[in-house]
Structure formats: C-alpha cells, structure tokens
Design a protein around this ligand. Structure first.
Ligand SMILES: N[C@@H](CCC(=O)N[C@@H](CS)C(=O)NCC(=O)O)C(=O)O
Length: 216
C-alpha cells in the first residue's frame, strides 16, 4: 500500500502517525503523478483530497478517518482503538469534534493566511475559543485519558489542534489553549508519544516554511 500525503496536511499527518506507531509496511509520498488539484487527480481519486491510501490492487481510499479505521481492521495489532463499543464511541467523538467543530472555526483564519483575505481576527478568535471550550468540556466528560492508551481519536484531534494553536499566533494571539485546563493537559499527554511528536514537528516545519515563503 502507498499513502499520498503532505507534511502540511493535518489529515495526512494523522495517517502517517498511525502508520509509524503500528510500523506498517506502507510507503508514504507526496502526490506527484497526478499532482493534487489537477483534473487528473480528481479523475483518479473522486474526493480530490489527500490523504489517499492506494491499495495493492490499485483501488484507493479517501477520508482520513475511514483510512485509519481500515488500517486498524486490517492490522489489529498493536491496537490504537478501544475494544469496547463505548470506548470506540468516545474516541470517535474526539475525531468528529476535531473535524466538525474545531476545524471549521479555524477555516476563516486559514483562508486569510492562504489568500490574504482580510478578517476580523478578534471575532475569529472568539469563535475559536468557543470551540476550544467545547473540546475542553468534552475531555472533562470522558473517562480520564491518562488511564488509557493513545488512540486514533487522540491522533485525529492532535493534528487539528496543532493548527488551532499555531494559526492564531500568526494573528497576534498566543497561547490559545491556556484557558482550557483539560485540553492543555491532554496536549501535554499526547505529545509524550514519539510518533505523534514527529508528525507535529513535520507539520510545524511545513507551516513555518509556508509562512517564510509568503513573507519573502
Ligand atoms: N475530510 C478529509 C479532509 C481532507 C483535506 O481537506 N485534505 C486537504 C489537505 S489538509 C486537501 O487535500 N486539500 C486540497 C484541496 O483542497 O484542493 C479527510 O479527513 O481526509
């Protein structure tokens, strides 16, 4: 199998972290032929985004969570998901919180970075803080994370949270996690994992390179 991925992409980074933690026999590379955002890429991969997992028969899977669940099913050991239905529902909540609550709140700031479009940074920070508060309360409502192993739900949330920490800094708002004790503690906990921190470093390096190129 082969993963089409980019260091800049939180969704790709999730799958890279999982592959490394499980030491899976999957190669990883950027989409070059066809390249992302070309008609050929959209023809070949119907959802038109990375990550894409290309299977050995030439077929492919899109959507990071679908890929991660597929890899857990095909390579059950070492497991990165709870065996019980309730535990599984809890970690799926983390991933869906990341995708459906946290990331949409970051979108305007991110688009502004990419395109230069003017935004009201204070207003966007208020929206982001509202979503971070939800995440804080969600973590507080779940069984203590320090008493369980790292899961694909944690990995999915961590990659998006890195952008929720780093993007506001570019608009003059540092330490966006500070008011949120549970999220802050969870962030310290997940960053003890070597494969996860490797993914975080790759994303941060790619983000820094993007900003440096923009400012050049
Ligand atoms: N929901 C998708 C999101 C994937 C996604 O947004 N990928 C971005 C990179 S982070 C992408 O391929 N963007 C290319 C584009 O929008 O043209 C997932 O979980 O895989």
């Amino acid at each position: 199998m082969h993963l089409l991925s980019s260091d800049f992409s939180p969704y790709s980074t999730r799958v890279r972290i999982q592959i490394r933690k499980k030491q899976l026999p999957i190669t990883i590379g950027a989409p070059t032929n066809p390249a992302l955002r070309t008609p050929e890429f959209a023809d070949q991969y119907p959802l038109g985004k990375i990550p894409v997992l290309v299977l050995d028969d030439g077929s492919s899977l899109s959507e990071s969570w679908a890929i991660m669940e597929y890899l857990e099913a095909v390579y059950p050991q070492p497991s990165l998901r709870p065996a019980d239905p309730l535990g599984m529902a809890h970690i799926t909540m983390l991933a869906r919180y990341a995708d459906l609550h946290l990331s949409p709140a970051l979108f305007p700031m991110f688009v502004s970075l990419l395109t230069g479009k003017a935004i009201d940074a204070a207003q966007e920070m208020t929206s982001l803080q509202k979503e971070l508060n939800k995440g804080d309360r969600l973590l507080a409502s779940l069984p203590p994370f320090r008493q369980r192993a790292l899961t694909i739900g944690d990995i999915a949330l961590a990659t998006n949270l890195l952008f929720a920490i780093e993007t506001p800094k570019l608009f003059g708002c540092s330490d966006s996690l500070k008011p949120f004790a549970h999220l802050s503690d969870w962030w310290l906990w997940v960053n003890q994992d070597a494969a996860l921190t490797q993914g975080m470093t790759e994303m941060k390096t790619a983000l820094d390179a993007f900003i440096a190129a923009k400012n050049r």
